[in-house]
Design a protein around this ligand. Structure first.
Ligand SMILES: Cc1cc2nc3c(=O)[nH]c(=O)nc-3n(C[C@H](O)[C@H](O)[C@H](O)COP(=O)(O)O)c2cc1C
Length: 212
């Protein structure tokens, strides 16, 4: 299938240096709110790229659950493929493709586990079904069938039928502490606006325009 004709012009208001907030987390918050208000479904979904020398690069979608001046937090299984890669190389990249707004945000940085207490705090807010689900998926492992998974779910539901579902030791959060954050706004004739914030040694952020 030849899809070389599959294209569109990116017509949107330009992104100007003087309109950017000096703090990239505030700039991200502003764009995140605009993405939510624009009705982008799962605006908190991002592609998470990991890498290690043995298995090479790998990528998947995860959900952003918290962000503040300390970084961007998501939750997952600590024995999953992504987690094994993060154990070997803490350098990761994230991408939010907010394409209906002709935007993307790219973040590169260092990924580290959050505390068990912080993971538990979030785990406790999850629907019970999701909590049980965390107990029965050895994420990224080969399994024989869907019924195997459903059987494990029934067993977990039975095991924890009274009281709250405890936090599995194999489940928790990671925080990505950014080294650089790029805001991309599509423009006509592929002359897109790109601004990259880079963390300086004194913890301030430089802002530079990149060629599209
Ligand atoms: C919209 C969407 C949201 C997802 N959110 C998460 C998430 O927050 N955490 C997670 O571990 N997996 C999430 N997944 C599943 C991952 O994409 C992936 O299949 C899983 O984490 C296993 O990845 P891995 O084998 O590379 O470790 C999500 C998938 C989609 C499509």
């Amino acid at each position: 299938m030849d899809i070389s004709d599959y294209r569109r012009e990116y017509m949107s208001l330009g992104l100007h240096r003087e309109a950017l907030l000096e703090d990239p987390f505030k700039q991200f918050e502003s764009w995140f709110q605009q993405a939510s208000e624009a009705g982008i479904q799962d605006a908190n979904a991002f592609s998470l790229a990991t890498n290690d020398a043995e298995t090479g690069p790998s990528i998947r979608t995860v959900l952003l659950k918290l962000f503040d001046q300390n970084g961007f937090v998501f939750f997952t299984n600590y024995n999953s493929k992504k987690s094994l890669q993060i154990n070997k190389s803490h350098q990761v990249a994230m991408l939010f493709p907010w394409l209906t707004l002709n935007r993307q945000v790219k973040i590169e940085g260092h990924c580290e586990k959050i505390s068990t207490a912080a993971s538990l705090k979030y785990f406790a807010t999850r629907p019970r079904g999701s909590q049980l689900g965390a107990w029965c998926s050895d994420q990224s492992e080969v399994i024989e069938s869907r019924s195997f998974l459903e059987q494990k779910y029934r067993e977990a539901a039975e095991k924890f039928k009274s009281g709250s579902v405890p936090l599995p030791s194999s489940w928790g959060g990671y925080r990505i502490v950014p080294r650089c954050i790029e805001f991309w706004q599509g423009q006509e004739n592929r002359l897109h606006d790109r601004f990259q914030y880079t963390k300086q040694s004194d913890d301030t952020w430089s802002i530079e325009r990149l060629a599209p």
